[in-house]
Ligand binder design. Structure first.
Ligand SMILES: Nc1ncnc2c1ncn2[C@@H]1O[C@H](COP(=O)(O)OP(=O)(O)OP(=O)(O)O)[C@@H](O)[C@H]1O
Ligand SMILES: [Mg+2]
Length: 261
C-alpha cells in the first residue's frame, strides 16, 4: 500500500471542472512535485486533500483511511500539514506565537480551562512547556532565533515564508504539502529553501508534496513530478522524463522548461 494516495480526484466549481481524473501515489520520504500553468488546479488538489474542499469524486488515502469528508483540523490530526500560496500567518503575533498556534490541535488540555493559581503546577502547564520545547526545536531547526520574538508583519517576506514553513512543521506532520514555497523569494532565498525542504525530508523524515512554478527548484529537488493542465494529468515520472515531455513544454507556452527559473 502506498504511503499516500489520491485516486480519481474530481472537483467542480459551478460549470468549471478544476480537477478531473487525477491519480498519484507516494512512497514514504519522497519529494513529489505537482507542476502546471496558472489555474491548472494545483492548489485545488491540496484543498481537497486537507479538507477545505470536498471533491465530487475520488479518494484521498492516508494511513489506510479515506480522508474525504474530514475537516481540515481532523486531516491535520492524521499528520498532514500544509502551507498556503498566500501566507496564512497572524501578522501581529510573534514567530513563536504563530508556531504555538500552529500546534494547538495537538494540545489536549486547554490553558483557558484552568485558573491562574492552579495553572503553574497543572497538567496544562506541563503540556504547555512540552509544546513550547517542541516549537523552540523548530525555531532552532529553521534558524529563526533572531525572528523568534518579532511580529511576523515586521519580518522580510523571505523570513515570513520560513515562519509559515515552521508553523506547518510545528504539527510534527508525517506528510507536508507546500504550495509554492519559493514564490516571491530572491534567488538566494530560493536556494536556501531547497536546502530546507531537503533537510525536512532527510533529517525529519517527512514526506513532501510540492507545488512549484520554479522549474530550477522542481528539477533539483523532486524524486518524481506530476504535470497537470486544465485539471487533468499530462504525465508523471522522473524530472528528466516529465520536463522533456512535449505536452509539458507546450503547456508552458513553448518556454524551455529546463531553462525557466
Ligand atoms: N473556491 C473556488 N471557487 C471557484 N473557482 C475556483 C475556486 N478555487 C479555484 N477555482 C478555480 O479552479 C481553477 C483551478 O484553480 P487553482 O487555484 O487550483 O489553480 P492553480 O493551479 O493553483 O493556479 P496558480 O498556479 O495560479 O496558483 C481556476 O480556474 C480557479 O479559478
Ligand atoms: Mg495555486
Amino acid at each position: 500500500m502506498a504511503f499516500f494516495e489520491v485516486k480519481n480526484l474530481k472537483k467542480v466549481f459551478g460549470g468549471l471542472t478544476a480537477v478531473d481524473g487525477l491519480n498519484f501515489a507516494l512512497e514514504q520520504k519522497e519529494i513529489f512535485s505537482i507542476i502546471g500553468p496558472n489555474g491548472a488546479g494545483k492548489s485545488t488538489i491540496f484543498n481537497c486533500v486537507n479538507g477545505l474542499y470536498t471533491p465530487e469524486e475520488g479518494e484521498v488515502i492516508f494511513k489506510g483511511e479515506n480522508l474525504v469528508g474530514k475537516r481540515p483540523d481532523q486531516v491535520a490530526q492524521y499528520g498532514i500539514a500544509r502551507t498556503f500560496q498566500n501566507l496564512e500567518l497572524f501578522a501581529h503575533m510573534s514567530t513563536l506565537d504563530n508556531l504555538m498556534l500552529g500546534r494547538h490541535i495537538k494540545m489536549k488540555t486547554s490553558v483557558l480551562g484552568s485558573s491562574f493559581l492552579s495553572f503553574k503546577r497543572s497538567k496544562a502547564a506541563k503540556e504547555e512547556m512540552h509544546h513550547r520545547r517542541k516549537v523552540e526545536e523548530i525555531i532552532d531547526f529553521l534558524e529563526l532565533e533572531s525572528s523568534r520574538d518579532q511580529f511576523v508583519s515586521n519580518l522580510p517576506y523571505g523570513k515570513q515564508k520560513l515562519v509559515e514553513l515552521g508553523r506547518a512543521l510545528s504539527l510534527e506532520p508525517d506528510l507536508l504539502l507546500l504550495d509554492e514555497p519559493a514564490a516571491g523569494l530572491t534567488q538566494e532565498e530560493k536556494e536556501e529553501m531547497i536546502f530546507w525542504i531537503r533537510d525536512i525530508r532527510d533529517l525529519l523524515g517527512i514526506t513532501v508534496v510540492l507545488i512549484e512554478h520554479n522549474m530550477q527548484m522542481v528539477k533539483n529537488i523532486s524524486d518524481r513530478i506530476l504535470a497537470i493542465n486544465f485539471g487533468k494529468p499530462i504525465t508523471q515520472g522522473t524530472p528528466a522524463e516529465v520536463l522533456a515531455h512535449p505536452e509539458v513544454i507546450r503547456a508552458y507556452l513553448g518556454e524551455d522548461v529546463n531553462e525557466a527559473v
